[in-house]
Design a protein around this ligand. Structure first.
Ligand SMILES: Cc1ncc(C[n+]2csc(CCOP(=O)(O)OP(=O)(O)O)c2C)c(N)n1
Ligand SMILES: [Mg+2]
Length: 1042
């Protein structure tokens, strides 16, 4: 049904009025037309033929005439002169003198405008031609010959728009004529065969004329076919910027635009040789190994190289790439120029791993390489970001890294650093992250000023046909949402590919916007080299078997043109084969696999030369009283003149001022202290996420808004110190997957930045699960690269329902890499060593001071680990959730766990129960204990002012010490989360291991459940009451025995 609908829509010709309407959608054109329209004198406007749609055409002509009277036909010249001179309606028009020039002589085309006895017909025909030109511009790509196999249409439609004359057998005018004959009058805007030799004035929205302003219809059609219906299909008319549309029209319509020198053709051939012979070499040597070869899309290598050359020419010297499996080894070898022996030795199963961690398969590893670009002779750094199998997941990561590199180089327009993203056709259409990434592309704090997307569109995804894999005509339609032009190109025409790649690079350097190159190609083998494609695509693969390789085709073309000889071609191939053979011989000497050699983001100077941390200690994270007071002062004021803030905010700032006076901090102020002090130490801070500027819970207020001046804002954090590092705080688009990926990439670029992503509520992180599971948790193990990203996940059972309650701590804890049954050696540097060994750090701070310390520790540690923080909601305003400056002064530090210091600690032998907990529930427990007067019987870890807040790595030392101290006490873990959630499953075996499994660990908390929280407030309170009862009922576990 859908197909029928789209087919019918395609076949329906545009009416002239539709065309005019569409034209007027192109903003600037409208104002231009109407402005000039107002210039008409009354007599002209009153001309009988100036009605309806013809008005637009005449307006255009009139504008051209105003600019240059010679540019329009003599008859129009006379008409406008007469009309402007005040001729009465109907008298301004004079028949032109008869023109005898030959219609075929194009150089005289302008002079050869045919005399039209009927002005109405003249205008209508011109309008029809204008519509025809426009139809080619809008829908020419539907009839372009994009599929090298010639069996599938790249837009999944075999029908041809009826208003386009398509010559499927090349540019045979006889074929055009035939097709034209078949067209009904209406379907061809009223033109018919007899019009083919009439000369028409060309509208300003086409460049097919070159130096001519008028052409015979036959030539107009021929040139439109040349521009839009050959091996390049251009989709751009949806772009709502006239200048950009004109720019593209000029690139593709200007006659003979696609010209290459012999030198360029030879370079192109040499690149195709490398691309093709590389895959052949791997196939010869390792025929049964998976490599996801590029066969069928060999043109990808010259395509990328062309983009890089052209970008380098315009000043880019750092290109960051992300790509999936297909052709990745080839890109590493022939674009990034990774040493071939390093690639070949990856196929050796006996290769020993030199680094800790799991490593990754060869077609996931990243790479970083600085070299000279031989075409431009300029230095260029190329990096390919390591990625998981999860297709497209790397896209936002690449963008984040690119943004960071631009930021640190003050490259505010993306003139030096750019990204290239490669995509498979099925993944590009199917994965939502592509859409999320596109939506970051033009946001001030996320834009990378234009990404070049290249789709290796082999018209298949594993075994799935595009006809059942997407609902859009092309796999690239997603790019239309950001007005990115899309250049489809037949992958078997290397020169066409090179042309569009050049245009794409120029587009980026001109407009700094995204652009897509869709390489329509095929996949010669199965999904991988072991796969049989004939099971599922028999007809396609019968055709593929017959398909001559692109290298062969192109070599023959160049030989027939006399650009290369057979000998030269063979010599070039032999030269590359020899390079491969020699590298292969060297690869045999490689015995050890260093994943470090595949690092995509080195941090020069941060580690020792052999990649180790420079120390294994962490200095105190405390600050001087003056520093705290200074930051507190700025945090509670408006540091610019004449700035009116909201009355409510005045109260908040006043409250902060009071706290500073009383030497205390709440959560927001603690964060301010941590950020402000790091900025003073030269650490750039970037906080991104939904509504982070104010803070979801209206506690942060890092961006002040002038109540009287639109868009006037002030970020006090950037007014702290004279030479401080910059602070970036940015509300993100409503995305988690995209934005978290982006921030992870940003954090990848430098160890000297604190990059934080805050979820609106912790629950929402699960839409970014792939970034957490594939990059953050195992990133270091797979790719030996560290990352210090911080996740702030608001968490807490506060009766707000199943969502908005849990950040799912159990999931983060389940992914921790420490052994639950083995207590590590409690050496002197145990605490730091434990952090070093961990894949990430998971904390739930109970106090503002601990939040302050853990943020600062993140930077003061001599290595980087992801930090997951479950952050509070109600505690942000809890009167007791305050910390004194005393626990933030020099010498103080983050407390992984501290000892009870109340009445229970005085006689620990008498204590009957030791309650372990973390985070907000402490405040409920403390209140309940007090009301039950059980302070001497029940010890709680943590007591204020610090807490047992570091969940992972587990504070074995603190727990051991406390368990020993309260040797007669029952050990109870209390949490507000349900039993199968929260921390219990993680802490239980570890507390057991610490006590040599001699003491059970009882549970006080909510029962197991499938949802994180109840939606019923009353049930919520009942549950709370129940588990508080369990926590303080000293008989609660007696019946369960030991
Ligand atoms: C998110 C995700 N889902 C599923 C897969 C499994 N998978 C691997 S390759 C592939 C097909 C990809 O097709 P396409 O994007 O067209 O790339 P091609 O292999 O054709 O180059 C699939 C489904 C995956 N790797 N990632
Ligand atoms: Mg594919």
């Amino acid at each position: 049904m859908h197909r029928l609908r789209t087919c019918a829509a395609k076949l329906r010709p545009l009416t002239a009025s539709q065309t005019v309407k569409q034209l007027s959608h192109n903003g600037p054109a409208v104002s231009r037309t109407f402005q000039h329209g107002r210039l008409y004198t009354a007599p002209v406007a009153a001309e009988p033929f100036l009605s309806g749609t013809s008005l637009n055409y005449v307006e255009e002509m009139y504008i051209a005439w105003l600019e240059n009277p010679q540019s329009v036909h003599k008859s129009w010249d006379v008409f406008f002169r007469n009309a402007n001179a005040g001729a009465a309606p109907g008298t301004a028009y004079q028949s032109p003198p008869p023109l005898g020039a030959s219609l075929a002589a194009l150089s005289n085309a302008q002079a050869a405008m045919v005399a039209q006895p009927n002005v109405d017909k003249l205008v209508e025909d011109h309008l029809a031609v204008q519509s025809l030109i426009r139809a080619y511009q809008i829908r020419g790509h539907h009839v372009a010959q994009l599929d090298p196999l010639g069996i599938l249409d790249a837009d999944l439609e075999s029908s041809v728009p009826a208003n386009l004359v398509s010559s499927s057998n090349g540019l045979d005018i006889a074929v055009c004529k035939e097709r034209l004959k078949k067209l009904t009058v209406g379907a061809f805007y009223g033109l018919d065969e007899s019009d083919l030799d009439k000369v028409f004035h060309l509208p300003t929205t086409t460049f097919i004329g070159g130096n001519e302003t008028a052409l015979p219809l036959r030539e107009i059609i021929r040139r439109m076919e040349m521009s839009y219906c050959q091996h390049i299909g251009v989709e751009f008319m949806f772009i709502n910027d006239l200048e950009q549309c004109q720019w593209i029209r000029q690139k593709f319509e200007t006659p003979s635009a696609m010209q290459f020198t012999n030198e360029e053709k030879r370079t192109l051939l040499a690149r195709l040789i490398r691309s093709t012979r590389f895959e052949e070499f791997l196939q010869r040597k390792w025929s049964s190994e998976k490599r996801f070869g590029l066969e069928g899309c060999e043109v990808l290598i010259p395509a990328l190289k062309t983009i890089i050359d052209k970008s380098s020419e315009s000043g880019v010297d750092n290109v960051i790439m992300g790509m999936p499996h297909r052709g990745r080894l080839n890109v590493l070898a022939n674009v990034i120029r990774k040493e071939l022996e390093q690639i070949f030795c990856q196929f050796d199963s006996k290769l020993e791993a030199a680094d800790e961690g799991t490593g990754d398969v060869k077609y996931h590893l990243g790479m970083y390489h600085r070299r000279i670009n031989r075409v431009t002779n300029r230095n260029i750094t190329l990096s390919l970001v390591a990625n998981p199998s999860h297709l497209e997941a790397v896209d936002p990561v690449v963008q984040g890294k690119t943004k960071a590199e631009q930021f640190y180089l003050s490259d505010t327009e993306g003139k030096k650093v750019m990204s290239i993203l490669l995509h498979g056709d099925a993944a590009f259409a199917g994965q939502g992250i592509v859409y999320e990434t596109f939506h970051l592309s033009d946001l001030p704090s996320y834009t990378t000023h234009g990404t070049i997307h290249v789709v290796a569109n082999n018209q298949i995804g594993f075994t799935t046909d595009p006809r059942v894999a997407r609902s859009s005509p092309y796999p690239t339609d997603v790019a239309r949402v950001v007005n990115a032009p899309i250049f489809h190109v037949n992958g078997d025409d290397p020169e066409a590919v090179m042309y569009v790649c050049n245009v794409a690079a120029e587009w980026r350097s001109t407009f700094h916007k995204d652009v897509v190159v869709d390489l329509v190609c095929y996949r010669r083998n199965g999904h991988n080299e072991m796969d049989e494609p004939m099971f599922t695509q028999p007809l396609m693969y019968k055709q593929i078997k017959k398909q001559k390789a692109v290298l062969k085709k192109y070599a023959e073309k160049l030989m027939s043109e006399g650009v290369v000889t057979q000998q030269e071609f063979e010599a070039e191939m032999a030269k590359y084969d020899k390079i491969c053979e020699e590298a292969y011989a060297r690869s045999k000497d490689e015995k050890i696999m260093h994943i470090k050699h595949w690092l995509d983001s080195p941090w020069p100077g941060f580690f020792t030369l052999d990649g180790q941390p420079k120390s294994m200690t962490c200095p105190s994270t405390g600050l001087s009283e003056e520093t705290l007071a200074h930051i507190g002062g700025v945090a509670s004021s408006v540091p610019v003149e004449d700035f009116t803030i909201h009355g409510g905010l005045t109260r908040i700032l006043k409250g902060r001022g009071e706290m500073v006076k009383n030497r205390t901090v709440d959560w927001a102020l603690a964060e301010y202290m941590a950020f402000g002090s790091l900025l003073n130490e030269g650490i750039h801070i970037r906080l991104s996420g939904q509504d982070v500027e104010r803070g979801t819970f209206s506690h942060r207020h890092h961006v002040l808004h002038d109540q009287n001046v639109d868009k006037r804002t002030c970020i006090p954090m950037n007014h702290l110190w004279p030479n401080q590092a910059p602070y970036t705080v940015c509300n993100s688009s409503l995305s988690e997957y995209g934005v978290l990926g982006f921030e992870l990439g940003f954090a990848m670029a430098s160890p000297n930045a604190l990059v934080l992503w805050e979820a609106q509520f912790g629950d929402f992180h699960n839409t970014a699960q792939c970034i957490i599971d594939q990059f953050i948790s195992p990133g270091q193990a797979k790719w030996v690269r560290q990352n210090g990203i911080v996740l702030l996940l608001p968490h807490g059972m506060e009766g707000m329902g199943p969502e908005h309650s849990s950040a799912r701590p159990e999931r983060f804890l389940q992914m921790c890499n420490d052994d639950p049954d083995v207590v590590p050696k409690l050496t002197e540097d145990f605490a730091v060593q434990q952090l070093y060994d961990a894949n990430w750090i998971v904390v739930n701070c109970s106090t503002p001071a601990n939040y302050f310390h853990v943020l600062r520790r993140q930077i003061l540690l001599p290595f980087r680990k992801p930090l997951i923080i479950f952050t509070p909601k109600s505690l942000l305003r809890h009167p007791e959730a305050k910390s004194s400056f005393d626990v933030m002064l020099p010498g103080t530090e983050f407390l992984r766990g501290i000892v009870e210091d109340g009445p229970a600690a005085e006689k620990p032998g008498d204590v009957k129960r030791l309650l372990f907990c973390t985070g907000k529930v402490y405040y409920e427990l403390a209140k309940e204990r007090k009301s039950r007067e059980l302070e001497a019987e029940v010890a709680i870890i943590p007591p204020p002012p610090a807490a047992k807040d570091q969940l992972s790595p587990f504070p074995y030392d603190v727990v051991e010490q406390e368990a020993k101290k309260y040797h007669n006490a029952e050990l109870v873990w209390c949490q507000e989360e349900h039993k199968n959630q929260g921390y219990y499953e993680y802490v239980k075996p570890r507390i057991r291991a610490t006590t040599r499994r001699e003491r059970p660990v009882w549970y006080a908390g909510r029962e197991p459940a499938s949802a994180p929280a109840t939606g019923n407030k009353n049930t919520h309170l009942q549950e709370l009451k129940r588990f508080l009862e369990t926590s303080f009922n000293l008989d609660a576990f007696r019946h369960l025995g030991n």
